[in-house]
Each structure stands twice: as C-alpha cells, then as structure tokens.
Design a protein around this ligand. Sequence first.
Ligand SMILES: Cc1cc2nc3c(=O)[nH]c(=O)nc-3n(C[C@H](O)[C@H](O)[C@H](O)COP(=O)(O)OP(=O)(O)OC[C@H]3O[C@@H](n4cnc5c(N)ncnc54)[C@H](O)[C@@H]3O)c2cc1C
Length: 524
Amino acid sequence: MSINIIGAGLAGLSAALTLAEQGIKSNLISAQQSERAQSVMAEGGINACLNTMGESDKIEYHYEDTMRGGVFLSDPNSVKGLCEAAPSIVKKFERLGVPFEYNRNGIIQRNFGGQKKKRTAYVKSSTGKMLMTALIDEVRKYEAQGLVTRYANHRFLRLIINDNRCCGAVVQNIYTNEILTFGGSVILATGGLNGLFDGMTTGTTQNTSDAAAAVFAQGVELANLEMIQYHPTTIQIQGKRLLISEAARGEGGRLFIKRNGKPWYFMEEKYPELKNLMPRDVVSAEMVTVTALPECDKQVYLDMTGIEKTVWKTRLSDLREQCVHYLSLDPAKEPIPVSPGIHYFMGGIRVDAEHRTSMENLYASGECACQYHGANRLGGNSLLGAVYGGQVAAQTVMTEAKEYDKKAEKAEESTAEASPAFVREIREILYRALPIVRDESNMNNALSELNALRNTAENQTEINRANLALAVVQSAIGRRESRGAHKRADYPERDDNKFKKQTVARLKNGKVEISFKEIGEALS
Ligand SMILES: Cc1cc2nc3c(=O)[nH]c(=O)nc-3n(C[C@H](O)[C@H](O)[C@H](O)COP(=O)(O)OP(=O)(O)OC[C@H]3O[C@@H](n4cnc5c(N)ncnc54)[C@H](O)[C@@H]3O)c2cc1C
C-alpha cells in the first residue's frame, strides 16, 4: 500500500504521524520544508474544551459555538467529532513537549471570538510554531525508521487518474526540475487558496492554490468557495497583510471609531454579550457599516493600551514586536489603525466526514479541504481542524487505500507556472468582486473579466487558476442570501429553505457548474 501526502503543514504532518504510529509508510511531499509552512505563522491558539478556567465548559458548548459561528453550514457529525477529539489532541501536544501556559488547574485558556467560554490554549503568540516544532520532531523519529519519506521542495502538478480513480500523483522537484510519479492513494493537505489573492492575505503566498486548481481541472468537486474569511484586524504591509491576532481582543483589546470626534466602542454597544469577540464575519461587517456612517471617521482603531504589562510580556510579546517592527507603533502605548483583510478559506476540496473527496482513492484535509468551519471559522478551530482532519484522513486511507494500475503516462509534463501578471490580474478581479459585502452586478462583471482573461492564458496552470477563480465567483453569485462570511447587499437575509446547503463547484467540459447539495449528502 503506497500513501502519498501532499503538503507538510499541520494537516500533512498529522496524517503522516497517524499512519506511522500504526506502522504504515507514507511519502510526505511538499513545496517547502515544514518549517516554512503557513501553520508556523499561527499565533493565537488552538481550541479544546479542557475546562481549566472554572467556567464549567463542556464539549457540547464547543460544538454549539462552532455550529453557530459557521452559521449552520457545517456537517454536525463532523463538528461533533472535531470537538470530542480536541481535548486529547491538545493533551497529546502537551506530551510532545509544547510549552503551553499553565495555572494551578492545568493549561490556561483564553477568550477567542465567537466562543462563550475561555477555550483557546496557546503558547505566548507562537502557538503554530510550537505545535509544528513538536510534530516535525515526532515525525522525524519515524523518518529515521523509514516509515515517512520526505520529499520537500517538490511541487504537486496533477493526479494520475485511471478510470475515474486516483492512482497517484505527478510532482516536480523544484531544484532540479525532475518529474517524479508516485503511485497509490493521495491525501491533499496543501493549505488555503491564498494565491488567488496574491499578497493580499495574512497567509503565505506559497500556498498558490494551484494544487486545488489542478484537481478541480481533473474533475474533483470543490465546495463553499464563496466563504472567504475577512479577519477584522489586519494591516497592509509590504507584500502581504499583517495579522493582529484575535488574541489581542481576547486579552482585552477594544475596537473603536471616532464618531463626531469622540471614540465610539461600537462592538461593545451593539453586542453587549460578546462585545469585541463576536465572530469575525460579524465584526468585519460592522466595521464596514460604521466606517460608512456620515458622523464617523473612516478609520477603525484597536485600543490595546489597557492590557497589563505582564500580559504583554507573557502572552502577546511577538504581537507587540511585530507592531513596533512593521508599523513603528507601540500598541501598549497607543491605539493602532486596523481594517479587515482576507485571512482564511472555509471552502475548498469537498470531503465527507471521513475526508474522502469526490474521487475514489483521493482524500483531503486541513485548510485545502471544506470541512468543520461552515460559513465562518472560529479562531483557534483551524489548527484543531488541520490536526484532526489529518488524523481522520489517515485513518480512512488506512482501511481502504488501494493500489490501482497507473495507465501509460504521457512523457511531456506541463510544468509552466502562472506569470506574475496573470496572478496579479486574477487577484485584482477577485478583490473587486468579493469584498465583505457583495452584489451581483459586480460579480457578473468579474465573470466577464475572468472569461476574457482565461482566453489569454498561456499554459495549463493559468487556465486552471482562471477556472478556479470563476468557480469562486460563480459560487458567490449562486448563493443568493447572506450567511456568515458571504454578505450580499442584494440579498441581505439568510435563507435556510434554499441555502442551508453546500455550494458545490465542478468543472465539466471546460465549464464551471454550480449546484447546491444537502449538508452531509453523499459525494458523487
Ligand atoms: C497569520 C496567521 C495566523 C493564524 N493563527 C491561527 C490561530 O491562532 N489558530 C488557528 O486555529 N488558526 C490560525 N491560522 C490558520 C492556520 O494557521 C491554518 O489554517 C492552518 O495552519 C492550515 O494548516 P494546513 O496544514 O492545512 O496548511 P499549511 O500549514 O498552509 O501547509 C500547506 C502545505 O502544503 C504545501 N503546498 C502548498 N501547495 C503545494 C503544491 N502545489 N505542491 C506541493 N506542496 C504544496 C506547503 O508547502 C505546505 O507544506 C492562522 C493563519 C495565519 C495566516
């Protein structure tokens, strides 16, 4: 049995480790070393009901918050599995030596958006780095035993398909350009679709979206592509958006805007229960609303000046350093200007509860897959989803992996990448079409522009990216309601009758087709 994992961030590592612990070999293939995966950038924490804060937290509350936060677009059974597994996942990281913060009851947990209890475990502001360091080290042990074989600096090009079944992957060594083929099952763990918004997200542009685009071109279904999360507190810096982690608000940071010249803490006034820690879709939309009011300035600020010195030192040290470094502002001394920026992709490769995709013998997990987060992800649930999804995909593949014959492969591989100009053009079109509040005429213009752009494509990668971008826009047009991260000026209400469903995108005869399927419906 050969198992190939594409992507070596948290999801890929988690899958490789789960297999290795059962004595099963895998190839771990990634465009970059694990140490440079986006997972390393995660700051704020990972969610699990550990109930260490004297708040009588329960796994059911984690489930309820996740379902409500995702505006009921997630598969309830999958979310239940996620929340139930969370405590043992965090405890495993503890055993692997992750230096969480502790009090007398155990791991300290902080407030995070959309959660009614303190449930987010963290390591200062470097949670992702610490989780990754632990997993990288643990996987290394199995590499030494020959159970995991690493192919870092290898780019996924396409699946090998025979009779509509996945029977392997074609990859390219980035350093030598050599083409390699791997037979067997494939787990995709290639991260979010940042490349579609090159340089305009908080994540890494190394997650180009080309892997998702390639499998989409090969007939694999994608889901909920319109669900793109705008994080409320980001700042544009050279080449990307800088994230001001939700931990800042979890530790007492307050959003305000000047109304008639005086600070107005609008989230506190409008949402007295969760205040600044409402789910991200709600906070971002409120920022759009208040900046449009004639009596308000155009800039929202995050006021962290009330945060205690010890908290800055023990829990937010990296965040403070980043602000000083990139903005020449000390957030402990003055409010910083913030605005919403693209941060996370709830949509992606459509998977079932066991992380199978619509193609036999192909699996997906982590941010590249559409699972757990519905219409809006809660902070701290994505690291959890990546680790858990990797485990589930590995467990499924263990029981059903198959070695199908690879049919005779063509000798010439198309390896050309999308040109910077093409990537930029897609980004501009998508950014114009998919702001926090969308409307159909804008999105229709984007469709025409993307179709025209696709006609100028000079290689397969460009065609694939254009098709993926079209699928995102068509999904957004098709969902004629407002839900979570998808807000429409022309359809401001949520419509459960028609749209409490997954938006499914498929490429057929070169054309993007969109349909709506029941949540949890069997994959075709
Ligand atoms: C600044 C920031 C802070 C965050 N903070 C938090 C937080 O506090 N809590 C939380 O829960 N979430 C957080 N997130 C989100 C979270 O980090 C990610 O969703 C999660 O780490 C995704 O893990 P992954 O394994 O799916 O993908 P990644 O870690 O992105 O890994 C993707 C892997 O795929 C490889 N790859 C990509 N394309 C190809 C290709 N074509 N061929 C081969 N390999 C490829 C990459 O090299 C990499 O190895 C944050 C995100 C950002 C950007």
